[in-house]
Design a protein around this ligand. Structure first.
Ligand code: V1P
Ligand code: CA
Ligand code: ZN
Length: 393
């Protein structure tokens, strides 16, 4: 039924590597690669693969990872032995190199393969956008925004987004990076601090010393040294607990609409971390599948080529709901989708409620208190507009 006629130039592609999903960070670790399997099975149960080009992606090569990451870091990542217990609990004194082996970034079996597969997934998506074989390329296995050139951070070892954007920069003059994960997209922001060809915009919960990673204040807009073309090209939207769909959508559309007018991107890289949804194990917001998806729909309306990445998301059933719905938005069949999860969907019972759009009451019982005042949200919009006066292409 979703085998709709696709006008030339509107191909949607779905990039995934089923081998990636078999890796485990450890029993108590929040990151569950299996959520990608759950997402794919829901996408398939809805028949969406008929409306897309579907690719089983390869692992990125060492040279490709090396386009961003330092050789000594990659070499260590490739040879560090897997540990069966997180180091800081088991034996706290053992040396930690490159922030590898702590509880956030454990050394698990097949780590290097997992990282290169995530990189390959996003890089394949970027190549399809570069050669114009896809208008929108979906890479739910990517979106690992915290990884630095020589350091793992916050469950991220390889920054597949930076690698994909470096590829886009070979073919497009300007890339707009948007990050709706509940965490600050610090690794991507830092990687492009000194260029005006990439603008980064992250929406996140901000509470330094309390909430990871603690960076991304409203006034942090890139180093303002005299000759830095990248100054003003980092936009941060720091939020408090409990933001609602209505507030988030209005903020997102206002800010991204203005950024689009000033920066005039040639391509969009959208990180869709699903930990900004209500009921996430790590997140603090009250977003529903509809509000999260509205961000994707708004970006699609800008009618630019786009890569859609995954990212965080620690309540797998809600991750699968959001990413399946967002896949339908990319295809353009969201209005035809049956809100009841198909009878034949694998793991149907896992969803608890049989709908794609559970209410806040169904997800949470009692919604989290909303600590975002309209006054503060207006101040944020005001500051962003002022920053954008420095940006004109
Ligand atoms: O808060 C921290 C560090 C550990 N403390 C010393 C500070 N880490 C967070 C990391 C969150 C990473 C999010 C990644 C992403 O943006 C992209 C994929 O979503 C953390 C948290 C937390 N509640 O913030 N680590 C853990 N929880 C954790 C819990 C159990 C086992 C291992 C890690
Ligand atoms: Ca974010
Ligand atoms: Zn996150």
């Amino acid at each position: 039924e979703f085998n709709i006629v696709r006008p030339k130039g509107y191909t949607i592609s779905y990039h995934a590597n089923p081998e990636m999903e078999k890796h485990h960070f450890g029993q108590t670790h929040p990151m569950k690669p299996w959520r990608l399997t759950l997402t794919k099975s829901l996408v398939s149960a809805y028949g969406m693969p008929f409306a897309m080009d579907n690719y089983n992606t390869r692992a990125a090569t060492y040279e490709e990872l090396n386009s961003f990451h330092a050789s000594d870091y990659l070499d260590y990542l490739g040879t560090a032995p897997a540990e069966d217990m997180p180091r800081d609990i088991d034996n706290p004194d053992k040396e930690v190199r490159f922030n590898l082996g702590g509880s956030d970034c454990p050394l698990f079996h097949g780590l290097y393969d997992y990282c290169s597969m995530s990189g390959g997934c996003s890089l394949d998506a970027a190549r399809k956008i570069c050669n114009e074989q896809s208008k929108i390329a979906i890479a739910w296995g990517g979106g690992l925004h915290h990884a630095k050139r020589s350091e793992a951070s916050g469950f991220c070892y390889i920054n597949d987004i930076v690698i994909a954007i470096l590829q886009l920069l070979r073919c497009y003059p300007r890339v707009l990076y948007i990050d709706i994960d509940v965490h600050h997209g610090d690794g991507v922001e830092e990687a492009f601090f000194s260029t005006d060809r990439v603008m980064t915009v992250s929406f996140h919960k901000y509470q330094p010393e309390v909430f990871f990673p603690g960076t991304g204040g409203l006034e942090d807009n890139g180093p303002k040294s005299e000759h830095n073309p990248g100054a003003h090209h980092a936009i941060n939207v720091p939020l408090n607990d409990g933001i609602t769909d209505e507030q988030y959508e209005s903020l997102f559309q206002n800010i991204i609409g203005k950024v689009n007018e000033h920066f005039k991107p040639s391509v969009i890289a959208l990180q869709c971390g699903a930990d900004s949804l209500a009921g996430d194990r790590l997140g603090r917001f009250n977003l529903q599948v509809q509000g999260h998806g509205a961000c994707v729909a708004f970006c699609k309306k800008l009618d630019l080529p786009m890569i859609i990445f995954g990212g965080g998301g620690y309540t797998p059933r809600n991750v699968a709901r959001a990413w399946a719905y967002e896949t339908s938005i990319a295809i353009g069949c969201q209005d035809k989708i049956d809100p009841t999860i198909p009878q034949h969907a694998p793991w149907r019972e896992h969803f608890v409620h049989d709908t794609l759009f559970p209410t806040l009451e169904q997800i949470l019982g009692e919604p989290r208190a909303n600590r975002n005042t309209q006054k503060r949200l207006q101040e944020i919009v005001q500051h962003v507009h002022e920053q954008l006066r420095f940006v004109s292409h």
